[in-house]
Design a binder for this molecule. Structure first.
Ligand SMILES: NC(=O)c1ccc[n+]([C@@H]2O[C@H](COP(=O)([O-])OP(=O)(O)OC[C@H]3O[C@@H](n4cnc5c(N)ncnc54)[C@H](OP(=O)(O)O)[C@@H]3O)[C@@H](O)[C@H]2O)c1
Length: 231
């Protein structure tokens, strides 16, 4: 398969790209960092120009069979996930929406021209279980939860549009499971034994699910094992 991985310098994105390569897939990567090459585009998917940049990069390389969008943010600088309403700010909410939603939108807009009746696609956007409204019994983490819920709605919409124009396409949001990374680091102490997964474990699982994606999963939020999480 030819697979596009965005957010490829991140913990999970890098592990997915490496594993796909090991399995013999042709891998194209996008990241804000790294050296540009025939298979790597240096691009910030938050920028308005990014959709055109990615579009040009892909046009020269032909359609991809699958996409992993691994971009996301949970904390940064002085900002940690909110514990209460009083900590919720417009700036941090907007930053979450930009990185957790808009990057996926720009990437989809760039890939869209390649998604056709004869070239359906498998699309996996890394989301999070805490973006499930149904599953939210704890509260807190306002900006992250709201932005992931918005991402989930984007994915449902995209699955409907691409399902119509390119039947056979499967578009999902997926919770990767709590995985060792800079993003999860401040919260690892509270994780139950055996529930913090290595990047390699997560990559293997997500790639396995991607290869087996089926029509019943289209437009869903999936757990790392492929089971459905209620929106
Ligand atoms: N790790 C977990 O336990 C966990 C749990 C649930 C969900 N997730 C989700 O899984 C995805 C990957 O997480 P991860 O653990 O691999 O995190 P990570 O190592 O922090 O990687 C996230 C990547 O997102 C991109 N990104 C971050 N901030 C950005 C910004 N301001 N502008 C543009 N791009 C930015 C970067 O990609 P480039 O540097 O390559 O551009 C970054 O490497 C995220 O969507 C996260 O929400 C992770």
């Amino acid at each position: 398969m030819r697979v596009l991985v965005a957010g490829a310098s991140g913990a999970i994105g890098a592990a997915i790209a490496e594993k796909l390569s090991d399995e013999g897939d042709q891998v194209l990567t996008i990241s804000r960092s790294g050296e540009p090459s025939s298979t790597h585009l240096v691009c910030d998917l938050t920028s308005a120009e990014s959709a055109d940049q990615v579009s040009r990069f892909l046009a020269e390389r032909g359609p991809v069979d699958a996409v992993f969008c691994c971009t996301g943010i949970l904390h940064g600088g002085w900002n940690m996930p909110e514990k209460s309403l009083s900590q919720l700010t417009a700036e941090w909410l907007q930053q979450n929406m930009l990185v957790n939603v808009q990057t996926h939108i720009h990437l989809a807009q760039a890939v869209a021209p390649q998604v056709t009746r004869t070239a359906p696609i498998k699309w996996v956007s890394l989301s999070a279980m805490v973006g499930s409204i149904e599953d939210n019994g704890l509260g807190g983490w306002y900006s992250y939860r709201m932005s992931k819920a918005a991402l989930n709605m984007f994915i449902r919409n995209l699955s409907i549009e691409w399902g119509r124009k390119a039947p056979g396409s499967v578009v999902v949001a997926q919770h990767p499971g709590t995985t060792e990374s800079a993003l999860s680091k401040p919260f690892q102490a509270g994780i139950a034994d055996g529930k913090l997964y290595t990047q390699a474990q997560t990559a293997e699982r997500l790639i396995g699910v991607m290869r087996g994606l089926n029509a019943a999963q289209n437009g869903r939020l999936l757990h790392w094992d492929g089971s459905v999480i209620p929106f």
